[in-house]
Design a protein around this ligand. Structure first.
Ligand code: NFE
Ligand code: MG
Length: 570
């Protein structure tokens, strides 16, 4: 029997996402991903001072708060030929690096783990057994039986009160959960520890940017003065604070996140053959370690992989990015079948979807607020898996070592990467690499400061009188969820056009004019089980493996209010 299954909204993501699938014989035969909200930051940018753009665009999202600011700065600096001082570039890398490390760790424990970890099962664990496992896989010090006993007591209080609190609405007891109770308890303990840890390490943003979320930046550099003798500046004490946070960040991801990922993945190896999807991967590269346009000096290389072909990494060219609206709630002046590069992009909303939220979306019609970005007319997956595949295939030392270690520990080959499990593992691998690399960036910064270079701002071309009457620029950035591009056009000192093509727009893209599905849809249609349509945990696993952010994807505010969590089955 074939039937439609709707999950709306998908929870434990940022924003509002509806997934519809066609289920046949306990597998997913067809899928539609729909973003159900609209905002329109790109329109708000028109007519503004380009030096303010970072502050507005950063507010697109409260999750990846840093990334839209930096993409915007790079776009405006590209347009106005502004070169930032090396110290400012390092500080941006440290701020963005910590954003990655915090965001990915939160994703694993707080947004994704409960798809694999049964909290209720943790109650039947033997805490001494959990302690044994913890000591086997990691030197992390919180590893005694009494520690895990205390965690179990805490969770038992939740459950005993009949109110699961933060653990409400899980599919507890679902047969798809495979971890033994002792491993479930380990993961729940680290879920709770990660809450405190992330709040600590992200204070790096408050030192370099004054606040979190949404730290402060400036076109031309960073708004962080360095003066070792100052009290309100980056001084020796602040540098020590930062060094300590980086150390604690690295320790947690190496000693908790990474061993947990490997331990949990070992019980879910079947998910290494599920949820792959498009097979096309794109990364613009990230963490410039020299000039932002020196693409050979990116810590994670840029490139494109097509059809899962790891033997060839193609060069990335942003001029090949185009967006369709054929199945989206927008119109283009050139008609519904046109595709536009962001320099010609248009953001004209035109809702013509179902009048009520409970009507099914139909293939062949418009069904989402997401546009459909394509690279050379192909749908592309972006994000951790794309980055790690391109790095791995490009011979990146760190990626080769850690990818090899995970594959070796799981006893699977590289083909396992093209999957839901591969996506989740890639996120952890790059978190470790970035946390390690932050120590080098920090050391580089200290070396420069010791040599007497404290510059963080370049005032050249700050004055609009020095700008040409027309300019345009592109700011690439690889954000935690993947390729982010901001494109700005400036006329007579003001923004005349602003377009963002955002990670979750790539991944949550709908069908295009050729009928090619987007990466979420393709992943759900790739050998995908759906055992119990009333409790569609498998859909959550694959969708969460992308770490969706709808606010980034369409830049939206919903004035209507939204339905509470519901699953509708017909
Ligand atoms: Ni709102 Fe974002 C990231 C960006 S994803 S989280 O990472 O850009 O669409
Ligand atoms: Mg856009």
């Amino acid at each position: 029997m074939a039937r439609k299954v709707v999950v709306d909204p998908i929870t434990r993501i940022e924003g509002h996402l509806r997934i519809e699938v066609q289920e046949e014989n306990r597998r997913i035969a067809n899928a539609w991903a729909s973003s159900t909200q609209f905002r329109g930051i790109e329109t708000i940018m028109e007519g503004r001072d380009p030096r303010d753009a970072w502050a507005f665009t950063q507010r697109i999202c409260g999750v990846c708060t840093v990334v839209h600011a930096v993409a915007s700065l790079r776009a405006v600096e590209d347009a106005l030929d502004i070169v930032i001082p090396p110290n400012a570039n390092i500080i941006r890398n440290l701020v963005h690096g910590m954003q990655f490390v915090q965001d990915h760790t939160i994703h694993f424990y707080h947004l994704h783990a409960l798809d694999w970890v049964d909290v209720v099962s943790a109650l039947s664990a033997n805490p001494a057994g959990t302690a044994r496992i913890a000591r086997q896989i990691s030197p992390w010090p919180n590893n005694s039986a009494s520690y895990f006993q205390a965690v179990q007591d805490r969770v038992r209080k939740f459950v005993g009160s009949g109110q699961l609190g933060i653990f409400t609405n899980g599919y507890w007891g679902h047969p798809a959960y495979k971890l033994p109770p002792e491993v479930n308890l380990l993961a729940v303990a680290h879920y709770l520890e990660a809450l405190d840890w992330q709040r600590d390490v992200i204070r790096l943003h408050t030192i370099f940017g004054g606040k979190n979320p949404h730290p402060n930046f400036v076109v031309g550099g960073m708004a962080s003065a360095i003066n070792l003798d100052g009290t309100a500046t980056i001084n020796a004490e602040r540098l020590t604070d930062i060094k300590d946070m980086i150390t604690r960040a690295r320790q947690f991801v190496e000693q908790v996140y990474f061993p947990d990922l490997v331990a949990v993945a070992g019980f879910y190896k079947d998910w290494a053959a599920i949820g792959g999807g498009t097979g096309n991967y794109l990364t613009p590269g990230e963490f410039p370690e020299a000039d932002v346009r020196d693409f050979d000096a990116l810590y994670f290389p840029r490139g494109v992989i097509l059809d899962k072909n790891l033997s060839e990494v193609l060069p990335y060219d942003h001029m090949k990015v185009k967006e369709y609206v054929t199945h989206s709630w927008y119109e283009y002046s050139g008609g519904k079948d046109a595709s536009l590069h962001p320099y010609e992009g248009e953001t004209t909303p035109r809702y013509d979807g179902p009048p009520t939220p409970w009507q099914y979306l139909q293939d062949g019609e418009t069904y989402t607020w997401m546009k459909a970005p394509r690279y050379d007319d192909r749908p592309m997956e972006v994000g951790p898996l794309a980055r790690m595949l391109v790095a791995y295939a490009s011979g990146h030392d760190g990626a080769q070592e850690l990818v090899g270690e995970v594959l070796g520990q799981l006893g699977v080959g590289p083909a396992a990467l093209f999957s839901t499990l591969g996506r989740t593992a890639a996120r952890c691998i790059e978190t470790v690499l970035i946390a390690r690399r932050m120590e080098k960036w920090f050391d580089d910064l200290v070396t420069r400061i010791k040599s007497g270079d404290t510059a963080t701002f370049n005032p050249q071309n700050w004055d609009p009188g020095s700008w040409p009457s027309e300019a345009q620029g592109y700011g690439y950035l690889d954000a935690p969820r993947g390729s982010l591009g901001h494109w700005v056009q400036i006329r007579d000192g003001k923004i005349s056009r602003y377009q963002c093509v955002v990670p979750s727009t790539w991944n949550c893209s709908p069908r295009d004019v050729h009928g090619q599905v987007g990466p979420y849809e393709a992943a759900l249609m790739d050998n995908h089980p759906l055992v119990d349509p009333e409790r569609p945990i498998e859909i959550l696993r694959t969708i969460h493996s992308f770490d969706p952010c709808m606010a980034c994807g369409v830049h939206v505010l919903d004035a209507q209010g939204n339905p509470v969590t519901q699953v509708k089955v017909q």
